[in-house]
Design a protein around this ligand. Structure first.
Ligand code: GDP
Ligand code: ZN
Ligand code: ZN
Length: 590
């Protein structure tokens, strides 16, 4: 079975680091409380426990009011005062809208015929050449005949075949003719329905005293609205809007709680001007034309009326909510992720510690730096940096340097001794492993002429042997045996600067060269290992390499890529030689 498939039959869980810090614990619980409170408030206040269904609605409106217009003088000289009722000033519109006329321009007694156009820059003419036969522009009132005739004493205009006399392009009267319309009232009947909950409602409540007039605070449930009041709510001046017309939105919002213990289902009214006149608005207002046709002396005539007025759009929206267990679960589930934020915030606090400068200059005087130092400690415990195990990766350790160097590039003929590399801190020594070493075992007899006491690494450089190459600083290195292209990898001394060789030190002799210690380590690893004479030297040699790498590089990650200095490599090979053939040297484990 491939290795990846093994995971299917395993349960995996995360390993965590527990930090026993009062500060972190306090922050953790404080943030948990905030998140918990947020979830509870959202659940109750925002009714996260309810499944919400959108409504379906129908609207019916009735406008009431009578308007008396200003005095008019008829053609026959009679004076009249017209009275308009609902049928005169309201027009049926589609959808949830109704229209109230507030102003108009009449062109009476039009008949089909030939007459001059109303004078504008485009229609004025001085001779027939200025008029084009059969020309009809979108703004013109008819089709030109090609003649230029007199409109009045001042102007000549192109003759058109149209409803005559043509309509005058005039500004609507000011103040509006039906300014009184602000006193009209409209009754809005709005039925709503939630089909899933089998619940329907109407905006006229049974306990309502009708007649009434809507008032935002004193009578917010009354479905009868005075038009002037609607405009006052949005801060608009009715008489101003009445001149050219406009569009007003009446919003009815139903936020119904259909749970029996909290039942509430009442509409909320609000108003919004939908055609807010901005400075860019080219055609402000709302108007359209319609005509009343009649016969007079067997001639068809009409009265053309350009109507200005206010269109009211009724927008009904909202929803009905009822307790639903699955919705509660989904709400809680989706909010649980906020608890993860707590870890994120605390981790962020731990990961931010100030620069080394702060710690070296201000610490321990500044409390903040003390805190930073603590954070840095946690961070180190938490993070493990892993370098990509490439074939070019190598680690080098010089006995006269405290840090380790990481080299991650092809050497291209340069000896490893000269490559600078990146300095990385040496992992702290773990003495527990060392204590397992059989240091007490009997060692090989001491080298003649040296004392029994632990020998310190002598300060003086070992005299350079004639065979030691130019890059060697300790005098004990030997040239590599590898083919020329690989030699640079083994051109490494135990020292960066001239000085005593590490192979002459006591730990090297006791840890790396002690045959009994190495044998013990091999058996420690494999108790039933048969140490036959021929194979032993090779095993001991390889074990000695590993011991050196572990000793000088600390962690196993580094030891796998650690390059032994030439002096150590050859000292080990001298102690545990190979009977025949060439040594193969370092091989990258990946
Ligand atoms: P061999 O015994 O003939 O193969 O030759 P060597 O005595 O050079 O040993 C080769 C083994 O030791 C290989 O597994 C190498 O990876 C390992 N080895 C040799 N040199 C180094 C070194 O510098 N560093 C490390 N970490 N391992 C080495
Ligand atoms: Zn050397
Ligand atoms: Zn050396």
């Amino acid at each position: 079975m491939p290795a990846c498939c093994d995971d299917i039959f395993l349960y995996e869980t995360n390993k965590v680091i527990q930090i026993q810090s009062t500060r972190c614990i306090f922050i953790k619980w404080f943030l948990y409380m905030i998140v918990f409170s947020y979830i509870c408030i959202a659940l109750l206040y925002d009714k996260g426990y309810q499944w919400k269904e959108p409504l379906t609605s129908s609207v019916h409106t009735k406008v009431k009011g009578v308007a008396e217009m200003r005095e008019e003088i008829l053609e026959n000289g009679k004076k009249v005062k017209r009275v308009l009722d609902t049928a005169d000033y309201t027009f049926p519109l589609q959808d949830n809208s109704f229209f109230v006329m507030t102003n108009f321009l009449e062109t009476k007694g039009q008949v089909q015929g030939l007459c001059p156009e109303y004078p504008t820059n485009k229609t004025k003419c001085s001779s027939d050449q200025d008029c084009i036969k059969r020309l009809s522009e979108p703004l013109s009132k008819g089709i030109q005949t090609g003649k230029c005739i007199e409109y009045n004493q001042r102007y000549n205009t192109c003759e058109v075949s149209a409803w005559c006399p043509t309509e005058a392009t005039e500004e609507p009267p000011r103040p509006a003719l039906l300014n009184i319309a602000e006193n009209f009232t409209v009754l809005i009947k709005n039925n709503i329905d939630f089909p899933d909950y089998n619940y329907s409602a109407i905006n006229i409540l049974p306990d309502l005293n009708i007649p009434c007039t809507f008032h935002k605070t004193q009578n917010p449930q009354c479905p009868i609205f005075r038009l002037g009041d609607i405009f006052r709510e949005t801060g608009d001046d009715f008489s101003e809007v009445a001149i050219k017309g406009g569009v007003m939105g009446i919003e009815i919002e139903w936020d119904c709680n259909l749970d029996s213990w909290f039942h509430h289902c009442r509409p909320k009214y609000s108003f919004r001007r939908l055609d807010k006149i901005s400075s860019y608005s080219l055609y402000p207002g709302f108007d359209f034309r319609y005509a009343k046709y009649y016969q007079e002396n067997n001639v068809e005539k009409r009265t053309l009326i350009k109507v200005f007025g206010i269109r009211f759009d009724i927008l009904v929206f909202g929803h009905g909510g009822k307790f639903d267990f699955i919705t509660v679960m989904v709400h809680i589930g989706s909010n649980l992720s906020y608890f993860g934020l707590v870890t994120l915030i605390i981790d962020l606090l731990i990961n931010t510690y100030s620069s080394t400068w702060c710690q070296s200059h201000v610490y321990p005087y500044c409390k903040c730096c003390e805190c930073c130092a603590v954070n840095e400690y946690y961070y180190k415990k938490k993070c493990e940096t892993v370098v990509e195990p490439k074939s070019t990766l190598k680690y080098v350790s010089f006995v006269d340097e405290f840090h380790i160097r990481m080299v991650d590039k092809q050497l291209l003929g340069r000896s490893l001794q000269d490559v600078k590399g990146k300095e990385i801190p040496r992992p702290l020594m773990d003495f527990t492993d060392l204590s397992r070493l059989p240091l007490s075992l009997q060692d090989p007899p001491p080298i003649p002429g040296q004392s029994e006491e632990i020998q310190l690494l002598s300060k003086e450089a070992t005299p350079r042997s004639s065979s030691s190459p130019s890059w060697c600083q300790c005098g004990n290195c030997l040239p590599s045996q590898l083919p020329e292209s690989h030699q640079c990898l083994e051109e490494l001394c135990c020292r960066k600067k001239p000085g005593a060789c590490i192979t002459t030190s006591e730990p090297f002799r006791r840890l790396i060269l002690s045959r009994r210690a190495l044998q013990f380590l091999l058996l420690y690893q494999e108790p039933l290992l048969e140490l036959d004479a021929d194979a032993t030297n090779n095993q001991l040699r390889h074990c000695a390499y590993r011991c050196y790498a572990t000793w000088r590089f600390g962690s196993k990650d580094l030891a796998d890529f650690a390059i032994l200095p030439s002096c150590c490599r050859w000292r080990i090979r001298k102690e545990f030689p190979k009977s025949e053939g060439q040594y193969s040297g370092f091989k990258s484990p990946y």
